[in-house]
Write a protein that binds this ligand. Structure first.
Ligand SMILES: Nc1nc2c(ncn2[C@@H]2O[C@H](COP(=O)(O)OP(=O)(O)OP(=O)(O)O)[C@@H](O)[C@H]2O)c(=O)[nH]1
Ligand SMILES: [Mg+2]
Length: 447
């Protein structure tokens, strides 16, 4: 946390404008030593300046600068932003000029956000949201990250911490002031409060991992008999020739992945080897991988060839996370009803398709979007987004379980304290002692 740091905040490569960010106690030096005129402009006001090499005095670029005095900046320190022309040579010259200033150094990855956290500008969930927002590739990811950046998760977890601290204060008061006249129902009241909180945490944990899935992307596996048209469908959905398509049964052997944006949701689509017993060791390995992929996927599309009787191997993979697709409808004369009648059950999850003509493609896409939103999205409460949060919340829940089952008040207090500490780890903000001080301010006992 020492020194004044700088970095190119915009992407590398040629662009119209490049943005440099400088943060630290010496940030104003940039204006004084590199800019002409060298007067410090009013806070947060864009002004045009010339930038020169501090040693040779050579003109480097004409730029727009902004000065954000501490603490009203992203990092909470003095920050200067330089909006330069975005050519490579300009970027290089400005970088060199900044590096030549005394006590200036290039920022480590994430260091600006780290300083913002350390200076109390944001909690850990918000810092993580900054990273997620930078990496967001689809609309739904952007919305989720922005909501977290807005403090939705931090507020939820801090709210729980506050309630837990209050319970802890009461439990400890009952221990410390056992001789005094405390209300009789204090114990039951605290048990109810802890139980309620425990159930809220458990419900939050039991969210089908939708927030984490949205960060990582949903996985959809295409499985079915050889030649059913899996690779053709992958190519059609990905809109590029990602997989080899041929009339030869057993064309695909490796799992082939393609990433796409489905109505704002990030999806990884996996094409797999056709399911059959072939005797060929390589193909058998492909089939093993296909089954494993189908097992791990969030959703599997079972692809059937309408010209063939439904293939039993594919049918056997049907379960709650399967959608059925009857492909090659252009080759058959039977109505969808007669074809559907050949399948054993659950015809509601069935789509009819011809990858060749494109008929049924929109319906399939609509169906996929509907499945994804109903399984993973749409709910109002802020979702859990990271395994790190999940681990801490599970630990908090387990400690609360133990606290609720504890008979001795001091054992109960210890588990509540540990639960509180686990919650505090998520935001990085809650020091148990601080919270207790805060809460004890409201207390009158023993005054
Ligand atoms: N008429 C017609 N042919 C199709 C359709 N979809 C795929 N095909 C053809 O069916 C053959 C097999 O297609 P693939 O996409 O390679 O099938 P696959 O399921 O990937 O096959 P494997 O990789 O061997 O498991 C190719 O000749 C495709 O052109 C369709 O909707 N209608
Ligand atoms: Mg294939």
């Amino acid at each position: 946390m020492t020194g004044t740091i700088f970095a190119l905040a915009s992407a590398h490569g040629r662009a119209g404008v490049a943005v440099f960010r400088v943060s630290g106690s010496q940030a104003r030096e940039v204006i004084g030593r590199l800019c002409f005129p060298s007067s410090v402009p009013p806070p947060r006001q864009a002004v045009v300046r010339r930038v020169k090499n501090p040693e040779s005095g050579e003109l480097l670029d004409q730029v727009v600068i902004l000065y954000f005095p501490a603490p009203h900046s992203f990092t909470g320190e003095d920050v200067v932003e330089l909006h330069t022309h975005g050519g490579r040579a300009v970027i290089q010259a400005i970088s060199a000029a900044l590096a030549s200033l005394l006590d200036f150094r290039l920022a480590e990855p994430g260091e600006f956000t780290r300083r913002a956290f350390e200076n109390g500008k944001m909690d850990l969930t918000e810092a993580e949201a900054v990273a997620d927002l930078v990496h967001a590739e689809t609309e739904a990811q952007r919305r989720q990250a922005l909501r977290q950046l807005d403090g939705a998760l931090g507020t939820l977890y801090m709210g729980w911490s506050g309630r837990l601290a209050r319970s802890l204060a009461f439990i400890e008061a009952a221990i410390d002031f056992a001789d005094e006249d405390l209300p009789d129902d204090l114990g039951t009241h605290q048990t109810t409060a802890l139980q309620l909180l425990r159930d809220e945490i458990a419900a939050h944990l039991n969210d089908n991992r939708r927030g984490e899935r949205l960060r990582d992307g949903f996985s959809i596996a295409l499985v079915g008999a050889p030649n059913a048209g899996k690779s053709s469908l992958l190519n059609a959905l990905a809109q590029r020739e990602a997989a080899i398509v041929s009339p030869v049964a057993g064309t695909t052997r490796d799992v082939i992945e393609s990433h796409l944006d489905l109505s704002g949701y990030p999806v990884t689509l996996s094409d797999t080897a056709g399911l059959r017993t072939s005797g060929d060791v390589i193909e058998e390995e492909g089939v093993r991988r296909a089954r494993a992929k189908a097992e791990q996927a969030d959703l599997k599309l079972l692809i059937f060839d309408a010209t063939q009787p439904p293939d039993p191997e594919t049918l056997s993979l049907s379960d709650a996370k399967a959608l059925w697709v009857m492909n090659k409808m252009d080759l058959v004369t039977g109505t969808p009803e007669t074809l559907a009648a050949r399948l054993p059950s659950d015809r509601t999850a069935l789509c009819f398709l011809s990858v060749k003509t494109g008929a049924g493609m929109d319906a399939l896409l609509g169906r996929l979007t509907q499945e994804i939103t109903s399984r993973f999205g749409g709910q109002e409460a802020a979702p859990l987004t990271r395994a790190r949060h999940r681990t801490a919340l599970e630990s908090a829940r387990d400690h609360l379980d133990r606290a609720l089952n504890a008979h001795a008040p001091d054992l109960r207090a210890e588990d509540v304290r540990l639960a509180l500490r686990a919650l505090g780890r998520i935001t990085g903000r809650v020091d148990v002692e601080d919270l207790l001080d805060l809460i004890f301010k409201d207390f009158c006992i023993g005054k």
